[in-house]
Write a protein that binds this ligand. Structure first.
Ligand code: MN
Length: 381
């Protein structure tokens, strides 16, 4: 199978740095979306892809094992270097192996197959809102607008081990594969992505067009896109091939401590999905344990300012509840009376939480509240 490649990455229209990275070195392609402040995000996504690329060149292990090793590399760096502590990244990789493409995936970047005018999503987002949709708490449409839609339940580099979704898809001539970060899918509806992929024949032009559409829609995040076009090896009549099977497994439960093995089961056999579902129903307790651990991993790097015991406080986590469980904990309780802050129009919604990028920003918000409250008191009635 011959591959033609188009790839583009763009800072977008709002962010000050580009924390996305991509790798396009045939037959290995990947996108990564870093997080953890400017520096951390850039380091995490780049280090993860460099690690996968190096191990691939050394022919060390399977794609999933290379991604697991990338996880360790990012985690260790974040432990050693305070400047990038808490960083992490998504990673969605595609390895072309003859007439099929192997996929490995962690986070909320995505892989799609565009075949005969229809766009098929191949990966599942590891996000809080996706889990809430699965649990029937919110609808797909609500998830798309949810204020915490970018909170990840799984990411690379935030823990010594990570569970990697793995699968493969059979490719036929004429197929188009899309890898992208959420800077595209958060801005451009899937229907529109499909239209662009159907309209623009050249893969580089298609990638560029998708980036410019994301920017036209606001470009609030970094945008990265890889488009792969497959064609036969010049034979006029390619034999009819089996229909594509997207075998990236569901967010199936794996008992804690068994997660390393999860990605190494080799090629997914037909029916594995069903099996996994059946296992999932059987070990409900394990599901809850894994879900909580998964959420906590990344929630620990989220911050917001809210109210605790009628005082302004700094929290770690997100101001939301899932199945009745608090996803946050108080880190610092200040002496500022919540009532005094709420009395100012700016902080009327304090109880819902004001999100902050990191602890320093949360402290800066508290200082601003302190100043504003003092000023209001001085102006007095
Ligand atoms: Mn992003």
């Amino acid at each position: 199978m011959n591959v033609r490649v188009g790839a583009a990455t763009d800072i977008g229209r709002v962010r000050e740095g580009n924390e996305d990275s991509f790798l396009a070195r045939e037959p290995l392609f990947a996108v990564a979306d870093g997080m953890g402040g400017h520096l951390g995000g850039e380091v995490a996504s780049r280090l993860a892809l460099e690690t996968v690329e190096r191990l691939f060149e050394e022919r060390a292990g399977s794609l999933t094992e290379q991604v697991e090793e990338a996880n360790r590399a990012v985690f260790e760096r974040s432990q050693q270097d305070r400047g990038v502590a808490g960083m992490g990244t998504t990673l969605t990789a595609a390895l072309v192996e003859g007439e099929r493409v192997r996929l490995a995936h962690v986070g909320d970047s995505r892989a799609y197959l565009f075949r005969e005018g229809v766009l098929h999503r191949l990966t599942e987002d590891h996000t809080l809102v996706h889990r809430m949709v699965q649990e029937g708490e919110i609808t797909e449409a609500e998830a798309e607008r949810h204020p915490h839609r970018s909170v990840l339940t799984r990411a690379l580099g935030v823990d010594p081990g990570v569970r990697v979704d793995e699968g493969y898809v059979r490719i036929s001539p004429g197929d188009r594969l899309l890898l992208c970060t959420d800077g595209l899918t958060g801005m451009v509806p899937e229907r529109r992505i499909g239209t662009v992929l159907g309209d623009v024949a050249d893969p580089q032009q298609a990638a560029d067009r998708l980036v410019s559409e994301a920017n036209a829609a606001g470009g609030v995040d970094n945008i990265t896109v890889i488009v792969l076009d497959f064609s036969g090896n010049g034979e006029p009549d390619d034999p009819v091939r089996a229909p594509a099977t997207a075998t990236i497994p569901d967010d199936a439960p794996v008992p804690a401590g068994d997660e390393r093995r999860a990605g190494r089961d080799g090629p997914a056999a037909p029916g594995r999905r069903t099996t996994r579902r059946a296992i999932g129903a059987g070990v409900a307790v394990a599901v809850i344990v894994v879900a909580l651990v998964g959420i906590r991993l990344y929630l620990d790097s989220q911050w917001f300012v809210g109210v605790s015991d009628d005082r302004v406080a700094i929290f770690r986590g997100v101001p939301a509840q899932v199945v009745g469980l608090d996803l946050s904990s108080v880190v610092v309780e200040t002496a500022i009376e919540a009532d005094e802050a709420r009395a100012l129009a700016l902080y009327r919604d304090l109880d819902e939480g004001i999100t902050a990028e990191d602890r320093e920003s949360a402290e800066a918000i508290v200082e601003q509240i302190r100043l504003d409250v003092a000023r209001a008191r001085a102006d007095g009635p």
